[in-house]
Design a protein around this ligand. Structure first.
Ligand code: SF4
Length: 276
């Protein structure tokens, strides 16, 4: 279905490093039609840009890997379903590896889970980007339930106390007492707040709704998806593209200038062919 939508709307498509599928180049007013196709096929909204859960990367784990000691894929799916839609001070990424070989690069994530013979090790505060950081060990050999409860509390404590746009790595560095303090709060209840953190996460999990579906069901929200508020039927004809590797991408300023001199051919704008 993703491939068909990409073909029908002429979207540039790429598998991301985080196991997601990018679809680039949709115009604002095309989004509801695209979401409807995907929602009808059983997909739901993720968050590519939001300060919220992004991705839970996983390796194949014990299901197919001879080194795997736990089912990392099932754990990753469970965590993604639990934290989907969770808004936070910055993006949140998770990784789950089925053994210490770490194929999911979990220690580069805000919460990195690595399987052991006895359960799961939980690492926190990793990220890539401008200032790469390895996550640090928070707790060892947790069973499934304790692992999930510990991540719940870690995320909720972070969400409640971090500055806006502060990722978990910077938060861990800034917070008084650092990792030891965070461990004491969420594992030993040193501040007497874990019941509150657990409740907050339970509310999030129970209140989750697919945001694409919400827009499609709400005429007021749906009406916002236009390129021009004063001409809702019009597309943006200033958009221009060129073909690259068989897919279209935005034309650069030089390519637009070359087209104006008659030296190159652009495609795009509202005249781009779209299959219905
Ligand atoms: S991390 Fe371990 S279990 Fe997962 S794919 Fe790599 S070697 Fe296999």
């Amino acid at each position: 279905m993703i491939g068909e939508v990409a073909k029908d709307f002429g979207l540039y498509t790429k598998i991301t490093g985080g196991q997601r599928i990018d679809l680039f180049g949709a115009r604002m007013e095309q989004l509801p039609a695209i979401w409807k196709r995907l929602v009808d096929a059983g997909f739901e909204s993720g968050h590519a840009y939001g300060k919220s859960l992004r991705t839970v990367k996983s390796c194949v784990g014990s299901t197919w890997c001879r080194y795997g000691v736990q089912d990392s894929t099932s754990m990753a799916i469970g965590l993604e379903l639990r934290y989907r839609g969770l808004r936070s001070p910055h993006k949140l990424k998770l990784g789950v590896s089925g053994c210490a070989r770490e194929c999911a690069e979990a220690r580069g994530k805000d919460a990195g889970i690595i399987a052991t013979e006895n359960g799961w090790n939980l690492y926190v505060g990793g990220n890539g980007g401008f200032t790469p950081r390895h996550a640090v060990l928070l707790a060892e050999d947790l069973d499934d339930e304790t692992l999930v409860r510990t991540i719940d509390r870690f995320f909720m404590y972070y969400i409640r106390t971090a500055d806006r746009l502060q990722r978990t790595a910077a938060w861990l560095q800034e917070i008084e007492g650092g990792l030891d303090h965070v461990r004491a709060v969420i594992m030993d209840d040193s501040l007497g707040i874990v019941a509150d953190l657990d409740e907050a996460m339970a509310v999030h999990v129970a209140a989750y709704r697919d945001e694409w579906g919400d827009v499609l069901d709400d005429p007021e929200k749906l009406a916002r998806f236009t390129s021009f508020v004063n001409a809702p039927e019009a597309g943006d004809d200033s958009l221009a593209y060129v073909m690259e590797r068989g897919q279209r991408r935005p034309a650069t300023a030089q390519e637009r200038a070359a087209a104006a001199r008659g030296e190159a051919v652009l495609i795009g704008g509202t005249t781009l062919e779209v299959r219905s």
